[in-house]
Design a binder for this molecule. Structure first.
Ligand SMILES: Nc1ncnc2c1ncn2[C@@H]1O[C@H](COP(=O)(O)OP(=O)(O)O)[C@@H](O)[C@H]1O
Ligand SMILES: [Mg+2]
Length: 360
């Protein structure tokens, strides 16, 4: 068992509160991603789990054992840092052996663990090299190898791909996913990159200054954002937001689209007044009639497999609409737009979603 439980954890640096009453369980074997903007407290949470930072209030359990007072070496977690933190004067195998010698493992056991990890990461031929003789991607592999040989209860990754170039980042991301499939270990992975979060996570925790905005599977976070912050942070290009009025007609409830058309939304719990309609570029289609909004194309971004149209609505803001890669539209083309009702999000003045879950 290697689940991680944070209960009512708070942390302040001086008088600045960084984490406020965080309760979070990472299930055994789960790949959990902490996603949030820079400064939202992601690294601090990892460091508290690792024991590199004290926990001011609250409790931490790792594999059923209370840990908040244990020194880092006794928590049986391994952290991989953004900057790799390799010892430059030690070879790759020296770097991997270092932590193991410190805990008094025998030479044969250390050699066996290093050989197994090197094989897993396909870096057997690099074992005698020094960090300066390695590429960024190879150094990252060594840092991961150093974590693997510890045979920890859980891996803690702090933005491990951010120092790699774009192509290598994509490749290493896939390798990390494969590694997790093979090892089935508990992982807490910190990133500000929503693509990494979406592709790697079993569950994503979206953080925003000191607090959790939403915890859910990547698909829940993407399709049913609980708050406007989540909706705007996840997805590229971002979700469009349009101010609309609610309309109640007997028992039916809905909103007035920019075209004046009434859209019924049986799942919404709406009061009277203004709400923000959130809709992703791919959930808007170009139609001939029955439009929910009309506008004029102002900018065209051809990305190959799809085209992004920046459309100035006649009654509303500039929004982004996804069209096919072979879009025939031109600058200043008038367009009629239809919203995919099942993909609409609504946010009240408090920024919270006004949609009940599909089940209710
Ligand atoms: N040792 C420290 N002393 C004072 N403030 C810190 C310290 N470490 C982090 N902070 C502050 O805590 C906040 C969260 O930091 P961090 O956990 O590094 O965020 P993230 O990893 O999400 O970018 C930031 O405002 C940062 O300036
Ligand atoms: Mg950080």
């Amino acid at each position: 068992m290697s689940d991680i439980k944070l209960s009512n954890v708070s942390k302040t640096f001086g008088i600045v509160s960084v984490i406020d009453d965080l309760t979070l369980t990472v299930k055994s074997g789960e790949f959990l991603v902490l996603l949030g903007p820079s400064g939202s407290g992601k690294t601090t949470i990892l460091r508290m789990i690792a024991g590199l930072e004290t926990i001011d209030k609250g409790t931490l359990e790792i594999g059923g054992q209370r840990c908040e007072s244990l020194p880092p070496g006794q928590r049986q977690v391994a952290m991989v840092f953004q900057n790799y933190a390799l010892y430059p004067h030690m070879s790759v195998s020296g770097n991997m052996a270092f932590g193991l010698e410190n805990i008094g493992l025998g030479k044969a056991e250390i050699a066996a663990r290093i050989a197994a990890a090197a094989k897993l990461l396909e870096m057997t031929s690099l074992l005698e090299r020094y960090p300066a003789q390695l590429s960024g991607g190879q150094r990252q592999r060594v840092a991961i190898g150093r974590a693997i040989v510890k045979q920890p209860k859980a891996f803690l990754f702090d933005e491990p791909l951010s120092n790699l170039d774009a192509a290598l980042r994509v490749r290493t991301r896939v390798e990390l996913a494969q590694l997790h499939q093979r090892l089935q270990s508990t992982v807490v992975y910190v990133t500000h990159d929503q693509t990494e979060a979406m592709t790697l996570a079993d569950r994503v925790v979206v953080l925003n200054s000191r607090h959790v905005e939403q915890i859910g599977t990547p698909m829940e976070i993407y399709h049913r954002p609980a708050t406007r912050f989540v909706a705007s942070f996840v997805g590229s290009p971002a979700m469009n937001f349009i101010q609309v009025k609610t309309k109640l007609n007997g028992k039916k409830i809905g909103i007035v689209a920019p075209s004046g058309k009434w859209i019924t939304l049986p799942n919404a719990s709406l009061g009277k007044g203004d709400v923000e309609l959130g809709i992703r570029p791919e959930s808007i289609s170009i139609v001939d009639r029955d439009a929910d909004a009309t506008g004029q194309v102002k900018i065209i971004e051809r990305l190959g497999e799809r085209t992004l149209l920046h459309v100035q609505l006649d009654k509303g803001p500039l929004i982004i609409v996804q069209d096919s890669g072979l879009s025939k539209l031109n600058i200043n083309s008038p367009v009629k737009l239809k919203f995919n009702v099942s993909q609409i999000s609504l946010f009240g003045p408090d920024g919270k979603s006004s949609l009940r879950s599909a089940a209710s």
